[in-house]
Design a protein. Structure first.
Length: 149
């Protein structure tokens, strides 16, 4: 097997809105929440972390963009939990089971991603309206959302 055999696994970077600063802000909750792990020791670690923590005032910022795209790619549809929930709903629908009704919620300004109690991450669209399950509704309301009916 040679290196070219792995190119079929490459995927395009996800489409992200905003400038570099906004793209980084949209991913910082994953880092702050402890979902991103860094090695305790590596020859490149000090340089890498320095670039992240001094952004946007650092001379270099290529690793910031790479990190942001890697984090965005790692959870394109809400992470594993979100995908599992999606496939569960599809299976329930195919079997004629009761499918949870999705409830529209208008989210407040200032956040670009909402993390539900079920583990989904939901990108906040321009109209600020997201859809949540009954189970996720209380958390969305506590986060400042307002039910839209």
């Amino acid at each position: 097997m040679n290196r070219a055999d792995f190119f079929s696994k490459a995927q395009a970077a996800p489409a992200l809105d905003g400038d570099k600063i906004m793209r980084l802000r949209s991913q910082t909750a994953k880092i702050e929440g402890g979902f991103v792990l860094f090695p305790k020791e590596a020859p490149w670690l000090d340089t890498y972390l320095n670039e992240l923590v001094t952004f946007p005032n650092a001379k270099n910022d290529d690793q910031v963009d790479s990190t942001v795209f890697a984090l965005a790619w790692s959870t394109p549809s809400g992470g594993a939990e979100g995908r599992i929930e999606h496939y569960k709903r599809q299976a329930e629908a195919a079997n004629g089971s009761q499918v949870s009704k999705m409830i529209p919620v208008l989210m407040p300004p200032g956040i670009s991603t909402y993390y539900t109690v079920t583990g989904r991450s939901v990108a906040i669209p321009n109209d600020r309206i997201i859809e949540v399950t009954e189970e996720e509704l209380t958390g969305a309301l506590l986060a400042g959302g307002k039910r839209v009916d």
